[in-house]
Design a protein around this ligand. Structure first.
Ligand code: GLA
Length: 675
């Protein structure tokens, strides 16, 4: 992959980064020395500090108290621990809102939210921006040359709680954004938004409001442009902070922790990633996810891809339970270790937790940490120390990356549009659709990059498009050219349906991909919840599909699978059109996992993509590619352990490997394979 990132600004921490959010301000200073001692035991080498410290750093407007932060940074430096110093702008203090009540956010129903937690501010508030940039500059001026400082942690999880504000200030900012997007041309704007429907024509920009609660289904473009605006609005806050930091401390890299996980979809990270020096991500497993390891792998590949293939940092995950799910389950024996190594396998050069010491007070007092409430006589502490030891043994993998021949298209615009109200089915979930296709590849040990639909595709033998409801002409042409030029392309149902303005592509579905796929659908038949439809053809006996079906007609393609019962019995469900060396596939339904795996096996085989070696069941197999060696990660999620063919040196034990490596039950092995 080509990098879209700015010039390299190196992170001055050797080996694999290991650490956490550190919030010593929550503890008496007498505890700090013990923290340092235990951090050395665990092998901690970098900490995020000051993430929510605004109220302590600036006790009153323009009055600063750096004494505590001075002591914290000096202490870290004295103990050889690097500081990833946060700008504290995710939690403005109480005095700020008292002075600037207009900076409080307003929700979709018109309620003004109150001070009382964090990230409760209007992203478009001039008062917030001014106060934020002032504290950023003040902090940067003070600490730019502090020897502990190695990175700026800008804000925290933009969009986690403050993705959208519906106040009048935000409305004005939204209008400004729209005027830029539509070249100040109100007719063009009305055309794009399709405002001839339901008497929605706007005669003045000033008539446009945020998509506040309204009586019936909203105009999809109102919602979609709002999502785009909200992502850009937060991005402009990030870049404003970044500019201050770059001016004051040009050699210190900056990051902000992304959240490429299932529940948050506020930001278009393709637009954000070029603005960070090092991509970092937070990942939390969801208690009801039966296969969280797939989510971790997918998120890791996506984060690595956002950085153009470069290694990234896991800025937060948890040692055990979190505090914000309905029921917060503890991690199973060895799960934290496997989670962490899986992030590394997918490109992380650093592993950090929220947080160092489990809080005794406040909203997160029941969130796990590296050092639990129970202290060092605990399983979690034991596991934390062991992980630190093993990460040290992996120091040489730093900087290595992935090497994929398969690309999966990922697009936030398409995701947002797919999940808007008024779709043929309200059950379409973008991440589920992508994960459906990703999981069998993951199981087969086939490496994947995520790409944008308009990226250069030449490096890939196979391009998968699990879901691309919205696509513009350029991206559609790019995918078409790829398939026509002999690449193998596979496209999921309801893709290519609308353009970037959510206008249906007329003449039959799947709109933009009709030609390249050689099919034409005249009507969509989404399936009711719980309904399945039988499949026949090149799928396992008795296979079914759910969620979606279409009346597909073959134009220049063959049917590989057909619907075998229901309203569409005999209609093609999966089609293939040969294009010279390659082929273009259409999956017009959601096959059950075994059937999808079977189809993807065939698609991969035909594209010349094979699992590099058969892995034992339940053992994740991933390679990172270094300058003169590959690093084979084997992680046993199933608990049975196993033997895998390999040669080289197993880094966690330091033992030479000839012929095969033993993966301990529930554990991991990492083999340096010379090239
Ligand atoms: C988020 C935040 C952290 C912490 C964790 C808890 O990721 O960034 O400050 O609240 O959640 O899981």
């Amino acid at each position: 992959m080509t990098s879209r990132m700015p010039a390299d600004v190196a992170l001055r921490v050797p080996g694999i980064v290991y650490g956490a959010d550190y919030n010593p301000e929550q503890w008496p200073e007498g505890v700090w020395a013990e923290d340092m001692r235990l951090m050395r035991v665990a092998g901690v080498n970098m900490l995020s500090v000051g993430v929510f410290s605004w109220a302590l750093l600036e006790p009153a407007e323009g009055r600063y108290d750096f004494s505590r932060m001075d002591r914290i940074l000096d202490m870290l430096h004295g103990n050889g621990i690097a500081a990833n110093l946060a700008t504290p702008t995710a939690a403005p203090p109480a005095w700020f809102f008292r002075a600037y009540p207009d900076a409080l956010p307003v929700d979709r129903d018109g309620r003004t939210l109150s001070f009382g937690s964090r990230q409760t501010f209007c992203p478009s508030s001039p008062a917030y921006r001014q106060a934020a940039l002032r504290i950023v500059e003040t902090v940067a001026d003070r600490y730019a040359t502090h020897p502990a400082l190695v990175m700026w942690h800008v804000h925290n999880e933009y969009g986690c709680h403050n993705a959208a504000c519906y106040c009048d200030t935000s409305a004005a900012a939204f209008r400004t954004w729209l005027r830029v997007r539509y070249d100040n041309d109100l007719d063009r704007f009305n055309e794009a938004w399709g405002t001839s429907v339901w008497s929605q024509r706007y005669y003045s920009w000033d008539e446009i409001l945020p998509p506040r609660a309204t009586g019936a289904d909203p105009n999809p473009m109102h919602r979609l442009d709002w999502k785009r605006f909200c992502s850009d609005e937060l991005l402009s806050l990030y870049t404003a902070e970044r500019e201050v930091l770059r001016r004051v401390a040009p050699d210190i890299p900056a990051t902000t922790n992304f959240m490429v996980m299932r529940t948050i979809d506020a930001l278009d990270y393709w637009r954000w990633a070029p603005h960070v020096d090092i991509v970092s991500n937070d990942h939390y497993v969801l208690a009801d996810d039966p296969e969280a390891e797939v989510d971790i792998a997918l998120s890791g590949d996506l984060v690595r891809s956002l950085g153009g293939g470069r290694p990234w940092l896991l800025m937060e995950h948890s040692t055990g339970a979190v505090n914000w799910q309905h029921v917060n389950r503890a991690k199973r024996p060895g799960e934290m270790y496997r989670n962490a190594l899986a992030h590394v396998a997918h490109g992380a050069d650093g592993i950090a937790f929220f947080q160092w010491r489990a809080a005794g007070i406040g909203a997160e007092q029941w969130h796990s940490a590296m050092l639990p409430h129970a202290g060092t006589d605990s399983q979690i502490w034991h596991d934390v120390v062991r992980l630190g030891t093993d990460l040290r043994a992996l120091a040489e993998i730093r900087g290595s990356t992935g090497a994929a021949r398969v690309a999966v298209v990922w697009d936030w615009d398409a995701r947002w549009a797919l999940e808007l109200p008024s779709q043929p089915s309200g059950k379409l979930r973008y991440q589920d659709l992508v994960r459906d296709w990703y999981a069998p590849l993951w199981r087969a040990g086939i490496a994947v990059d995520f790409i944008r639909a308009d990226d250069d595709l030449n490096d890939y033998r196979l391009v998968l498009v699990p879901s691309l409801y919205l696509v513009d002409d350029t991206a559609a042409a790019n995918l078409t050219t790829y398939a026509e030029g002999g690449g193998t392309l596979a496209v999921g149902f309801h893709s290519g349906a609308v353009d970037e303005n959510c206008h249906v592509r007329l003449g039959g579905y799947p709109g933009a991909f009709r030609e390249v796929l050689g099919v034409r659908t005249d009507e969509l038949f989404p399936l009711l919840p719980g309904r399945t439809v039988a499949l026949a053809g090149d799928v396992p006996q008795g296979a079914t599909a759910s969620l979606w079906s279409e009346r597909v007609r073959l134009i220049q393609a063959e049917a590989v699978v057909t619907f075998a019962d229901g309203d569409l019995a005999g209609v093609p469900a999966v089609t293939r059109r040969g294009h010279g060396e390659g082929a273009a596939w259409y999956l017009a339904t959601r096959p059950e996992p075994a059937a999808l795996r079977h189809l993807l096996d065939r698609i991969c085989r035909e594209a010349g993509v094979h699992p590099e070696q058969p892995a034992a069941a339940g053992i994740e197999m991933v390679r990172r590619r270094g300058a003169d060696a590959d690093y084979l990660f084997l992680i046993d999620h199933a608990g049975g352990g196993g033997e895998v063919a390999a040669n080289g040196v197993e880094l966690l034990t330091g033992k030479p490997i000839e012929g095969f490596v033993v993966v301990p039950p529930g554990g991991a092995a990492v083999v340096r394979e010379p090239r």
